[in-house]
Write a protein that binds this ligand. Structure first.
Ligand code: DUC
Ligand code: ZN
Ligand code: ZN
Length: 472
């Protein structure tokens, strides 16, 4: 009998629907057999007492994204994917930002140059459309969807990035025709501008004003609008990084009307509150992200959304900036006003351990739901056909977890390029210890053994394109 390349023996395997004890046989990078007495492997991994889970897929991360005005993101593809790997992930979906005046193709060329050969995990790029010219809508997007870039994000906030409703409708319409999936960042920029004006007039410039100028109502209104626009165009939509109950209620209502909505939330909305932005001196800058963390009630609402299926996706929105750095949070302007503090926090390495410890260990969600929220649903939603599950024929992207390992978060133990963690001091039970990408051991018992460049970009297949039902 041909040997397996690797056998993971005796672990507790979980998929999105069941949990069972099995050996996992791997050959040529794929899972080829599951059973109780598999033959030998060239490499044997003892997983008794451990969980054998699909490698995490983080479908919302920002890496090496141009951030304007002397600001530099803390992670490039090498550090970002290495950090992700230590957190039990095997695929990341970073955003490729189209800068104003730039073609999507050129943006992708730049992004591939940064990523290719430098990744420890697989990657699949989403596009960010900021300049939806006739050429972008009519030619570039359809061609790129055909080439496997099948999802894109639009912003309703951030001057220079946001689209107006007419342009969002145009992007949604081309997405319906091509089978691309639209993701929307929902915050009302004009309302935020108005509130910023009020705060600045009163001299409220500290980081905490970031949260008060982006209150729940601006997210709720934009969520309602994005869902309404998707309903008009008759297209599925992903509402990303949802932070609170009223926005969740909008998603529930749209689902009840029959719209296909995919909801996403992130660790910061379970673990942080706006009070964290009110730290000593300018320490609150460490927690500035958009939408901002809210309050205890919102945290509870987000947990309920995860438990009850309003959310299909749990992503990190990893968007790291160094804190004590003139190119990061404490840039010269950032020290004078919240308005100039770059938005975003690191989280790619702790997304899975946080949900495991706070969700599975504390009994809020079971292991199959954890797997669905962190891997399987991401693969299904974004068309990563061979990823996200432990099953025959799938890529052998696997994280082996020690469910009893307890560690306190210290940024010094993490692997990202930032100089702090927003979760410093958090006690976590349950960590990934060994991670395989395409059957290759990348992290063994907490030590990096894989090589940079083992991960590569994965093209995807689009959903079925559809006719507008109301024109039929
Ligand atoms: N907000 C975003 O829209 N993107 C990245 C990080 C953030 O805080
Ligand atoms: Zn966003
Ligand atoms: Zn984001």
């Amino acid at each position: 009998m041909t040997k397996f390349d690797v056998v993971i023996r005796g672990g507790t395997v979980s998929t999105a629907s069941e949990t069972f004890v099995a050996d996992v046989g791997i050959r040529d990078g794929k899972i080829v057999q599951l059973g109780s007495t598999l033959g030998p492997g060239l490499e044997e991994i003892d997983a008794k007492g451990h969980f054998v889970l699909p490698g995490g897929i983080d479908s919302h991360v920002h890496i090496s994204q141009p951030s304007g005005d002397g600001i530099v993101m803390a992670d490039n593809f090498e550090s970002g994917t290495r950090s992700a790997l230590f957190g039990g992930n095997t695929t990341l979906m970073p955003f490729c930002l189209q800068q104003k005046g730039q073609s999507l193709r050129d943006a992708l060329t730049d992004y591939h140059q940064l990523a290719d050969g430098n990744c420890y995990t697989d990657v699949a790029f989403h596009l960010i459309v900021t300049d939806p010219t006739e050429a972008v809508i009519g030619q570039e997007l359809p061609a790129l969807v055909a080439d496997g870039y099948t999802s894109l994000k639009v912003f309703m906030t951030y001057e220079g990035m946001r689209l107006n409703d007419a342009d969002i409708l145009r992007v949604m319409d081309t997405s319906r025709r091509t089978g691309a999936l639209v993701m929307v960042h929902c915050e009302n920029e004009d309302a935020i501008r108005y509130l910023i004006g009020l705060h600045e007039a009163q001299g409220n410039l500290a980081p905490t004003a970031h949260a008060t100028t982006r209150p729940i109502v601006v997210e709720r209104e934009a969520t309602h609008r994005a869902l309404s626009l998707a309903e008009v165009v008759d297209v599925p939509v992903v509402i990303v990084h949802v932070s609170n109950g009223p926005a969740i209620a909008e998603i529930r209502a749209a689902k009840a009307r029959g719209l296909k909505v995919i909801g996403e939330t992130c660790p910061q909305y379970l673990m942080l509150t706006a009070d964290d932005l009110d730290g000593m001196d300018w320490e609150g800058a460490k927690f500035v992200c958009s939408p901002p963390p809210r309050d205890k009630e919102s945290q509870e609402d987000c947990w309920n959304g995860l438990e009850q299926g309003v959310f299909d996706l749990f992503s990190s929105d990893h968007c790291p900036f160094r804190y004590d750095d003139p190119q990061g949070k404490l840039n010269p302007k950032g020290k004078t006003s919240f308005r100039h503090i770059p938005n975003g926090i690191p989280g790619v390495e702790l997304r899975l351990p946080i949900l495991f410890s706070e969700g599975v260990i504390k009994g809020r969600i079971d292991l199959p739901r954890f797997v669905a929220l962190t891997a399987t649903n991401h693969a299904k939603v974004y068309g990563l056909k061979t990823k996200g599950s432990i099953a025959i024929g799938m890529d052998a992207d696997i994280a082996i977890w020690d469910p009893q390992l307890r560690r306190t978060v210290r940024h010094a133990d993490l692997h990202d390029g930032a100089d702090y963690s927003p979760y410093e001091g958090l006690d976590i039970t349950g960590w990934p210890v060994t991670v395989l990408l395409g059957g290759q051991v990348m992290v063994r018992e907490g030590k990096l053994v894989g090589r940079k460049g083992a991960g590569s970009h994965r093209a995807r297949t689009a959903r079925q394109s559809t006719e507008h039902r109301k024109t039929a």
